[in-house]
Design a binder for this molecule. Structure first.
Ligand code: 13P
Length: 259
């Protein structure tokens, strides 16, 4: 039975003071909700947030539950060196950060990160024992011109080339670019169609056992009121939430709707 994974990607929001406020407020609500608290305690539900780098230390210090995950939004594949503005895996490990988003569509489309480049980050992260959340997804143009499946397959095949990892140390997130921050959610059936395709592709690459156990998340305009329908899909194990994860009140409602 696969676990449920609810993740909030804060993007370039929630600085140090807001991160502290979030963790305190979220913690108070979590402790008062027996069902949710139990789900976290038994690891049926994993809750993660991905703050900007500067808010990582404060988020870790103030997180309400030892089992709550605080991950990074990006990482460089090199250990150290002349890479101005970058953050390395050893630096994240110094903070005991174990999860990292890799290949978010904003990294791909705004910062020009290619499958080949992301492959290096995945290989370095996995070698270092980190758990990547590898993001894939098609643009509106790709969806409309009928190439969505090819694009996603290439993101998986090229991005994960030579990545040797156990299923419980790797997460995939399907985020259609056209549904991110637009208020347009893929219908649960559309999201399931692609997540199922992702699982089938992973089966071809890593075998049935791996495909059966790896977590696949959906992201793109997830809100408290559409979470349950998305989570009801058989190949969707969790959600990756942007805007609605910034405030602890709405994020906790998503966590509740996911279990
Ligand atoms: P929104 O939930 O704001 O659409 O963002 C989704 C996302 O990009 C999460 O990584």
């Amino acid at each position: 039975m696969r676990k449920i994974f609810v993740a909030g990607n804060w993007k370039m929001n929630n600085g140090i003071a807001v991160a502290e406020d979030f963790m305190k407020g979220f913690g108070a609500l979590l402790e008062n909700d027996d069902k949710l608290f139990r789900a976290v305690g038994t690891k049926q539900l994993q809750i993660a947030v991905f703050p900007p780098f500067l808010s990582l230390a404060k988020s870790l210090e103030c997180k309400p539950d030892p089992l709550m995950i605080v991950g990074a939004q990006n990482v460089n594949d090199k250990e150290s060196g002349a890479y101005t503005g970058e953050v390395s895996i050893p630096m994240l490990q110094e903070l005991e950060v174990k999860y990292v988003l890799i290949g978010h569509s904003e990294r791909r489309h705004i910062f020009g990160e290619t499958n080949e480049f992301l492959n290096k980050k995945l290989i370095s992260s996995v070698k270092a024992g980190m758990t990547p959340v590898y993001c894939v997804g098609e643009t509106l143009e790709e969806r409309e011109n009928g190439t969505a499946f090819d694009v996603i397959k290439a993101q998986l095949v090229e991005g994960m080339k030579g990545v040797s990892v156990a299923a419980d140390k790797f997460i995939i997130a399907y985020e259609p670019v056209w549904a991110i921050g637009t208020g347009k959610t893929a219908t649960p059936a559309d999201a399931e169609e692609i997540c199922k395709f992702v699982r089938e592709t992973i089966k071809e690459l890593y075998g049935a056992d791996f495909a059966e156990n790896v977590l696949i998340l959906y992201g793109g305009s997830v809100k408290p009121d559409n979470t349950a329908d998305i989570m009801a899909q058989p190949d969707i194990d969790g959600v990756l939430v942007g805007g609605a994860s910034l405030k602890y009140g709405s994020f906790i409602e998503i966590c509740k709707a996911a279990i």
